[in-house]
Design a binder for this molecule. Structure first.
Ligand code: SF4
Length: 398
């Protein structure tokens, strides 16, 4: 994307096209090919077929993917919920070390689901790497659980499973090739397509998108919470994490009228919010009355500005997304994007969230199931192995 191209010194700007590779694996009877679709693409894919910006097309997108021949059609939203379980727990663990035990922890914690931001930090702000959440992005968490938990469940050898992602993002292509993201024993994700490339495949196959009947995602990852939907928007990861952290600490959901943190999803490049913790459960009583201070930044030029001009020590959690408005305007989305279109896509995502019965990641029954059956607990041994990663200092690029 333009934003990535301006700042990303590695492969994120090289938009390698894997359409032929994906057709080849779909034609290979030995391969079991699954696809995951990111939260942001469903509010923009319709634009490639002449629909108004912001028209949600989740059901038609699933139908198109099934027609294309994928063996399993899944939602990266499921692992967005998983990311929140892990990232929210990581934040609470850092807060516990400092506020209850009087020890040291690297705060503020920064989000880690935007690979362009990770590249940028590795090259230009290595002193912040210890502050980055160790959580893999939802794309990479999906690949890791697909080739372990899911492959085992359906009796497919992981070497025969191929994981394709459809992302709004060109930087995700580079991310999937990071050599440390192979904890399943194989590349967690094999090929990444952008929203535009999926539209091209639909057209190549002769499918008439507008005539498709809505279909649902497949089990065992069929449902996600509203919190996962909003990952697509600037401020969404933060808001999703706050919803789950609040529930863990107080035992209560945030009231519906407080679910959206004030102004955190508008198109300002740097935003702040705080939330007072009141009446926590006994285990978290040390947080009674504490203010959780958060910041949301989009566009990497704004990261430089914040780090140059602000004291970030008062914040507990900072979200960074490279693209203006977040993933809804990633470099792989239908062209062209302006603030009017961004606003429509953001609103489409908020409507999805608000229409869901479950709006908190920790209440998604399928998330509870994967922990009960396989992962056991957030930050546990298996979660740590499959869902977390590390970052490396790299030379700045001239
Ligand atoms: Fe990719 Fe989203 Fe980051 Fe843009 S904001 S580079 S689309 S992950």
């Amino acid at each position: 994307c333009g934003q990535c191209a301006a700042v990303c010194p590695v492969g994120a700007i090289t938009e390698r096209n894997y359409i032929q590779e994906v057709w080849d694996v779909l034609d290979d009877p030995e391969k079991y090919v699954v696809v995951q679709t990111a939260p942001a693409i469903r509010s923009a894919l319709g634009e490639a077929f002449g629909l108004e910006p912001g028209t949600p097309v989740t059901g038609k997108m699933v139908a198109a993917l099934k027609e294309l021949g994928f063996d399993g059609v899944f939602d990266t939203n499921f692992t967005a919920d998983l990311t929140i379980m892990e990232e929210g727990s990581e934040l609470l663990s850092r807060l516990t070390k400092v506020l209850r035990d009087g020890g040291q922890a690297d705060l503020p914690q920064f989000t880690s689901c935007c690979p362009a931001w990770i590249n940028f930090a590795e090259h230009y702000y290595p002193e912040l790497l210890k502050n980055l959440s160790t959580c893999k992005s939802p794309q990479q968490m999906f690949g890791a659980v697909a080739k372990t938990y899911y492959a085992e469940k359906i009796g497919v050898a992981p070497e025969n499973m191929v994981v394709i992602s459809v992302m709004p993002c060109t930087a995700k292509k580079f991310e999937s090739q990071r050599e440390e993201l192979t904890d399943s024993g194989y590349a967690d994700v094999d090929y990444v397509l952008t929203t535009r490339e999926l539209a091209r495949m639909v057209n190549q196959s002769g499918i008439v998108f507008s005539l498709l009947e809505d279909q649902k995602m497949d089990s065992p990852f069929p449902e996600s919470s509203g919190a996962a939907d909003i990952f697509a928007n600037t401020g969404g990861v933060m808001e999703a994490a706050v919803r789950t952290a609040y529930k863990i600490v107080t035992g209560r959901n945030l009231p519906t009228d407080k679910m959206h943190l004030k102004n955190i999803m508008d198109l300002e490049g740097i935003k702040e919010a705080s939330l007072k913790i009141e009446d926590p459960v006994k285990e978290w009583s040390f947080l009674d009355g504490a203010e959780l201070n958060v910041m949301v930044i989009h566009s990497l030029a704004n990261v430089r500005k914040v780090l140059k001009e602000k004291d970030i020590s008062k914040y507990h959690f900072i979200e960074v997304m490279a693209c203006p408005g977040g993933c809804i305007s990633g470099g792989g989305q239908p062209r062209f994007t302006d603030n009017n279109i961004r606003q429509k896509r953001i609103q489409a995502i908020l409507t999805e969230d608000e229409g869901k019965e479950i709006r908190n990641s920790c209440e998604n029954p399928f998330i509870q199931q994967i922990y009960a059956e396989y992962l056991k607990q957030p930050l546990g041994e298996r979660s740590h192995h499959l869902l977390h990663t590390e970052y490396f200092e790299k030379s700045p690029v001239e």
